[in-house]
Design a protein around this ligand. Sequence first.
Ligand code: CP
Ligand code: NVA
Length: 312
Amino acid sequence: MMRAARVAAAPVLPPRHFLDLRDHDAATLRRILDTARAWTVAAHPRPFAGRTLALIFDKPSTRTRVSFEVAMRQLGGDVTVLSGRDMQLGRGETIADTARVLSRYVDAIMLRTDRVAKLDEMAANATVPVINGLTERSHPCQVLADILTFEQHLGPIAGQAVAWVGDANNVARSWVEAAARLGFPIAIASPAELAPPAELCAWAQAAGARLLVTHDPAEAVAGARCVLTDTWVSMADGEAERRHALLAPYQVDAALMARAAPDAVFMHCLPAHRGEEVSAEVIDGPASVVWDEAENRLHVQKAILAWVLGAI
Ligand code: CP
Ligand code: NVA
């Protein structure tokens, strides 16, 4: 017979995962954004001495890898960077078992993968927080960095018109979720085949988002204070030639930017393809804030790490 525990165990709280923007209320997203903003201009705490973040990449990365690594180190912690291919995962060990084992070594796990089911399985089985570092479904860390960038340049985003032009991909989907949570109108211009999925549109409408879906870039961009696009072929995509043909009318060029608000900013998560989704004149021109946007991955991810680990 088991002996009764002398001291009642403390209740175990579920880990604070950061998987999709729709999972969080406006107050939580605002707390992360405001913390990130404060930490761009002032010294911040280093609360994570002795703690380790695992970064797992099934797909390539420049910004996500370096910005998470630097963020965790600047917060006083350590990182281990892993490639899914080099782990036993690559020989068939399950994600669930990997999650259970890593949870005994590290304090948080960031995963980049092209199958969202893997992220969900990791989160369901890890006893430490799991962060979405991009899946084919979404890229929430990127979009919080984008919103921080918008607010640094143009003030609070609530009520401000945002336009997405091109493939309604993972980044666009996180933008729609942000629009619903943070209260700004968003217009998406894409070819019919690459429009936002019906499930996302239904969720956004039920959540009160002001979402316009159109095939006309000029209609989407009219009066917008932020114009966004992304690569025509994401890491999870095939059919590059077909996508190029479908998306050729969706390049963000100077003529399209001229339809936006006079002080509109241009954003792109990078990597960019000049002469495809954006003209060099726009991405290298005065409206472009893409380098601030890239820098803000570092600031916003510090705040995300602080939130998932309970420091804010
Ligand atoms: N924007 C972004 O996530 O870039 P990487 O693919 O380089 O991480
Ligand atoms: N939509 C792009 C974003 C890269 C950061 C991709 O998934 O490849």
